[in-house]
Design a protein around this ligand. Structure first.
Ligand code: 4NP
Length: 146
């Protein structure tokens, strides 16, 4: 089972969701679950995760130091089984990339199901904590259904 997390920059939300689901999978003994992440924008390609994201995640035992941002490509949508967008704008961008292919469209949904994970980029510490709360909580729900 290959799961792809997608946000805008691939330096805050989707790397956090990736790490949270990877840990949940590990804790559940699900070595078959592979998780990666991408950004719909390529602005930060090759760079590490946002230092604020890295610091807040580290405090919860999630190591994002090895993350390198990657831009989403259409081939990724073929390659992964399940694709989660962090917010509605990301979801729309991913759907555009599907170009009407029902097989691809069927893989894509919002990570939280009915709402987005708020972008913490312009926010403060509480916003980064909120991203972690949402990602860790959702990861536990998702792993039980994968
Ligand atoms: P992310 O957050 O999509 O959760 O990685 C952002 C990162 C960078 C920017 C916006 C959001 N940016 O404008 O560079």
């Amino acid at each position: 089972m290959r799961v792809l997390m997608i946000c805008l920059g691939n330096i805050c939300r989707s790397p956090t969701a990736e790490a949270a689901l990877r840990r949940a999978a590990h804790d559940a003994g699900r070595s078959d679950v592979v998780v990666e992440s991408r950004g719909t924008a390529g602005w930060h390609e090759g760079k590490g995760a946002d230092p604020r994201t890295v610091a807040h995640a580290k405090a919860r035992g999630l190591d994002l130091s090895g993350h390198r941002a990657r831009k989403l490509a259409r081939a990724d949508l073929v390659d992964f089984d399940v694709v989660y967008a962090m917010d509605e704008a990301n979801l729309e961008d991913v759907r555009q990339l599907c170009r009407g292919d029902d097989g691809l469209l069927g893989k894509v949904s919002l990570f939280l199901g009915d709402r987005g994970v708020p972008d913490p980029w312009s926010g403060g510490p509480a916003d980064f904590e909120r991203v972690l709360d949402l990602c860790e909580g959702r990861a536990l729900v998702l792993i039980s259904g994968l």
